[in-house]
Design a protein around this ligand. Structure first.
Ligand code: GDD
Ligand code: MN
Length: 404
């Protein structure tokens, strides 16, 4: 690879920069130049740095703006002789996604260490010196600027985005075995270039750090706090596709982890856990059908003509009972039918399902009142309630460990 030519050196004989900062941009014309200036202010003169802006042919001219800025800078640098920071632009033909842009930036980086950050000031340049200090103190590690440790905070995010982020974060931490890292989805992180030597990145979307963490488990990870502030200018590029990509990556990384890192007991446990989850939700779906059919049959069917509120109540009770029996026999394979045990279990099952229903109501209310759309609120609430039903019944009604 060709080395950058016009970097200036301070007490070092090498021309390679110590730090490469990769900034992906798409329509950040109003942020990028101010960000570059602010980064320059925050980096010590003795740290040889290159900044790589990776632009996906932004319609608002972000790429051209950076090129012009570099041109002006080159001219003034010739006069002032203070070019320890070199900036360059990678122009990509079209918008192909955040991870792809970041990867291209990384592939072209010359630095000993690589730092990734957003262009919209959500990642404060004032945190860069702290990251550098940690990179210098700890040999070949990954530094994650974290939104979820003591001393961090998130400013400006609506409740919907907070819930989405927290939910996605928790799922990743639990399912990918990265529970010891509080913010594995951070977009603000740095690492020694050797950390990625043998890694093949093959997920799409936003969460490149997640893939890095899953694929280099042996590398030391340090989290440092910072204040995440939602962008003041421009719009987030996150959309429904980002969420789908995330779920797809999660699945890919989960399978990767299963093949590479888990021992056979873990594999057995995860198979057991997921097959039970599958059965529990199948039973739940059958319950909906039972509920519907019984209610209809009793109110307007051939069997009886009950008041619709009576038939609905009976429908609910019958479906909870059929769910209970099916889960007992099929999902959890529990063959203890002694009367006392059965009554106790049935009551517990009933209470936990009612708790789930209350949770669902409370969540829908809170979310809709915080201006989340009814469809999203309902989806989230139904998922939360059924997960709570599954976990609590598994643990307390059928006395099983959660995992396995
Ligand atoms: N080149 C390129 N191509 N850049 C992109 C693209 C793309 O397709 N999509 C987004 N970007 C750039 C934006 O211009 C910005 O600099 C950065 O990537 C982050 O995009 P945002 O749209 O501002 O993301 P966000 O604020 O919603 O998400 C942030 O938080 C997530 C965690 O919840 C980012 O830091 C994510 O990386 C992080 O995972
Ligand atoms: Mn942002």
């Amino acid at each position: 690879m060709q080395q950058p030519d016009n970097v200036k050196l301070f007490g070092s004989k090498t021309t390679a920069p110590q730090l490469s900062i990769v900034i992906p941009t798409y329509n950040e014309a109003e942020n990028i130049v101010n960000l570059l200036k602010s980064i320059k202010k925050n980096i010590d003169n003795d740290i040889l740095t290159e900044i790589i802006v990776v632009d996906d042919n932004s319609p608002d001219g972000t790429g051209k703006l950076v090129d012009d800025y570099i041109k002006n800078l080159d001219q003034s640098n010739r006069k002032e002789e203070n070019g320890v920071i070199r900036i360059r632009t990678i122009h990509r033909k079209q918008k192909e996604g955040l991870i792809q842009a970041i990867l291209q930036g990384i592939a072209s980086a010359f630095g000993e260490h690589i730092l990734i950050m957003d262009a919209d000031f959500s990642h404060p340049p004032e945190t860069i010196p702290i990251i550098i200090e940690n990179l210098q103190k700890n040999d070949k590690c990954i530094i994650v600027a974290s939104r979820y440790i003591k001393g961090s905070c998130i400013e400006g995010w609506k409740l919907k985005r907070r819930i989405l982020s927290f939910g996605a974060n928790s799922i990743a931490r639990l399912s990918l075995n990265v529970g010891n890292i509080r913010d594995p989805m951070s977009g603000f992180f740095a690492f020694h270039k050797s950390s990625i030597e043998n890694i093949q990145f093959n997920t799409k979307g936003y969460k490149i750090l997640l893939e890095l963490l899953v694929k280099c488990r042996k590398t030391k990870v340090i989290e440092i706090p910072y204040v995440f502030t939602d962008r003041k200018i421009g719009k987030s590029k996150m959309n429904h596709m980002t969420i789908l990509n995330y779920l797809h990556s999660l699945w890919k990384l989960y399978r990767y982890g299963k093949n590479e890192n888990l021992n056979s007991q873990d594999i057995k446990n995860s198979i057991k856990f997921f097959s039970k989850t599958g059965r529990f939700f199948t039973v739940g779906a059958s319950g909906l059908l039972v509920n519907y059919l019984v209610s209809i049959l009793l109110s307007s069917g051939l069997q009886a003509k009950l008041w619709y509120m009576e038939s609905t109540s009976i429908g609910i009770i019958v479906s909870i009972s059929s769910n209970f029996i099916l889960n007992k026999l099929w999902t959890f394979g529990d063959r203890d039918f002694s009367p006392r045990h059965l009554v106790k279990q049935y009551l517990l099952f009933f209470i936990i399902c009612s708790l789930g229903a209350s949770l669902q109501l409370a969540l829908v209310y809170t979310l809709v009142e915080s201006h989340v759309s009814y469809e999203w609120s309902l989806l989230f609430a139904v998922v939360a309630a059924s997960v709570s039903n599954f976990i609590l019944n598994k643990r307390f009604t059928f006395k099983e460990k959660i995992w396995g």
